[in-house]
Design a protein around this ligand. Structure first.
Ligand SMILES: *[C@@H]1O[C@H](CO)[C@@H](O)[C@H](O)[C@H]1NC(C)=O
Ligand SMILES: *[C@@H]1O[C@H](CO)[C@@H](O)[C@H](O)[C@H]1NC(C)=O
Ligand SMILES: *[C@@H]1O[C@H](CO)[C@@H](O)[C@H](O)[C@H]1NC(C)=O
Length: 393
């Protein structure tokens, strides 16, 4: 950009010199002076663009999803053939980095953390090809927005925890703020793109008469989009500070543990561990599993995205082989996730079954032999007694 500007200056000089040299040739001279003057004039009256008008941040009541909107700069008629662009910068007031957007539109929408204020600025940009090579920028228009905080900080809810169980049931829980009066209670509102307006929780979880959680209804196409929550409250005695949260539901999924674990010896040194997908709507490709395998008294942990794994035995006389498994969403489906509970343990107990068999069969055989022997004795005696009697008589 600087380079092209310089070239412009040099050109100007050259034309000036030429005009001077040619002064004695009249008709040509007039023409040249005319063009020179014209050129100097236009580069003196710098190309300017006014800033965008009516820049404002509008809160449609979506708990953090805000509209930034503006109108074109005044006197744009000079650049009729040009598409003006806008450079928009915005951030939460205490964050260090601005988000920058270049757009030709007159609005932009994004999600913000309403616990803090928001500041934004915008300027109009005239592209280089409309302004003799170098881009021209207007001054900034600025706007700020914040929800004036009510109540003091301690009245906010604490320890908000939201889990999307098995990608099906969303449940949030929290603790009441400190030092709130007995009459204080909390309300949860939520919104995501697709809902006309923010909705209030319909199924609160309560403790001591206060709302401390919410069971959400079925949330249609609510994943892979920002999910906004506001928990505010009311109290007769003093106002309560609202809390705002933004997350994406796929990132807080806690699946069910894997089911139907099995362990088979493929040969004397290799073992195949297998399990089935947790029940529910989560596709097979979305899981990662953690397997904790125990061979006698050594344990190791491995992870896999398949629903089976082959493990080499370290000793072939190992007696006890056990494993447990748990599941989580993998990076192909979510940025984050919560591990499921561990499954029930599944064990293969080497030759123990033979011992068990002997342990059960030996006494059983012994008892049946005894029974047989006793009954034989009884029968034998019954036969011999009459004989003896007959002998006596
Ligand atoms: C750009 O420069 C040309 C000459 O190179 C001139 O005719 C034109 O008026 C200039 N445009 C503006 C917007 O100054
Ligand atoms: C709580 O937030 C909702 C949604 O923004 C709002 O409609 C309601 O008036 C607020 N309640 C209080 C007590 O501030
Ligand atoms: C382990 O099994 C292999 C056959 O797979 C056998 O050759 C070897 O002797 C066995 N070792 C022990 C210690 O039993």
């Amino acid at each position: 950009m600087h380079y092209s500007h310089r070239i412009g200056d040099i050109k100007l000089l050259n034309i000036g010199e030429m005009a001077f040299i040619c002064l004695d040739i009249r008709c040509l001279c007039i023409f040249l002076i005319y063009t020179t003057c014209d050129y100097v004039l236009s580069s003196d009256t710098e190309i300017k663009v006014n800033p965008p008008q009516d820049f404002q941040i509008v809160d449609p009541g979506y708990l953090g999803y805000l509209y930034l909107q503006w109108l074109p700069p005044l006197s744009l008629d000079d650049f009729k053939e040009c598409t003006i662009e806008y450079e928009l910068k915005y951030r939460n007031i205490d964050s260090e980095r601005w988000k920058t957007i270049i757009t030709k539109n007159l609005h932009y929408k994004d999600g913000f953390d309403l616990n803090k204020g928001i500041e934004a600025k915008i300027h109009a940009v005239l592209p280089g090809q409309c302004a003799n090579g170098s881009e021209v920028q207007s001054s900034w228009s600025e706007a700020t927005y914040w929800i004036s905080p009510q109540g003091n900080l301690e009245t906010k809810i604490q320890d908000m925890d939201c889990i999307y169980y098995n990608w099906q049931y969303l449940l949030c829980s929290w603790k009441p703020g400190m030092g709130v009066h007995l009459d204080a209670n909390y309300n949860l509102f939520y919104w995501y793109e697709g809902l006309d307006h923010a909705l209030q929780c319909e199924d609160y979880i309560q403790a001591n008469g206060k709302n401390v959680g919410c069971r959400f209804p079925y949330l249609e196409s609510s994943d892979y989009t920002d999910f906004y929550i506001c928990v505010n409250g009311s109290s007769e005695s003093k106002p309560i500070r609202a809390s705002y949260f933004i997350f994406q539901l796929q990132n807080i999924v806690k699946p069910l543990p894997p089911d139907y674990l099995s362990l088979t010896m493929t040969n004397s040194y290799e073992i195949n561990l297998k399990w089935s997908l947790p029940r529910g709507p989560i596709p097979a490709k979305c899981f990662i599993y953690e397997i904790e395998f125990t061979e006698d008294d050594t344990t190791w942990v491995t992870t896999t995205v398949e629903n089976e794994v082959y493990i080499t035995r370290t000793r072939n006389e190992s007696q006890q082989l056990c494993f447990i498994a748990r599941s989580k969403l993998n990076i192909y489906c979510a940025d984050d996730g919560i591990w499921s509970e561990w499954s029930d343990e599944y064990c293969w107990q080497g030759d123990k079954w033979k011992e068990a068999l002997i342990f059960f069969l030996l006494p059983l055989g012994f008892i049946s032999a005894l029974v047989f022997f006793v009954s034989y004795l009884v029968l034998y005696k019954q036969e011999t007694i009459p004989k003896m009697v007959s002998c006596i008589t």
